[in-house]
Design a protein around this ligand. Structure first.
Ligand code: 5GP
Length: 127
């Protein structure tokens, strides 16, 4: 389902109506620094098209958009020097993942050891 371009926060960033600390911009992709960084490097990479999530993007986007997005994420991490020490990619989808902004964004985290993949507190017990 497409997001609502009028009200979508990240669509406002794409249009330039909402300020952002841009890292990279191409025809299809925008990358900017997260307003509330969870690591020394915390970048959000978004397609400019109106896709609400990874699920929506993987279903509706063209092969060119998907290739452009995947290549952009990898190049941004390389250009920021994150590959040697390592980095993490994350895309939250929907309620259980805690997705706050309904426009696909890949988080790139780096700059320090990032700990376990998921927070341990709140995990359902295996018992
Ligand atoms: P989600 O929880 O949807 O995966 O992540 C949303 C991210 O967007 C959060 O890390 C949050 O800090 C970031 N964010 C929310 N509003 C803004 C904003 O106006 N500008 C920027 N740069 N980041 C934002």
């Amino acid at each position: 389902m497409p997001d609502d371009e009028e009200s979508c926060l990240f669509c406002g960033i794409v249009r330039g109506d909402v300020p952002s600390d841009k890292v990279v911009e191409t025809d299809q992709v925008l990358a900017f620094r997260d307003i509330d960084p969870k690591a020394p490097t915390h970048i959000l990479v978004i397609p400019k098209g109106p896709y609400v999530s990874w699920d929506d993007f993987s279903e509706r986007a063209s092969d060119g958009e998907i290739a452009g997005f995947v290549r952009a994420v990898g190049k941004i991490a390389r250009d920021l020097g994150l590959v040697g020490a390592g980095y993490r990619l994350l895309a939250n989808v929907g309620v259980n993942a805690g997705q706050e902004v309904p426009h696909l964004h890949a988080h790139i985290f780096g700059g320090r050891p990032l700990g376990p993949m998921l927070a341990r507190e709140g995990r359902p017990s295996a018992d």
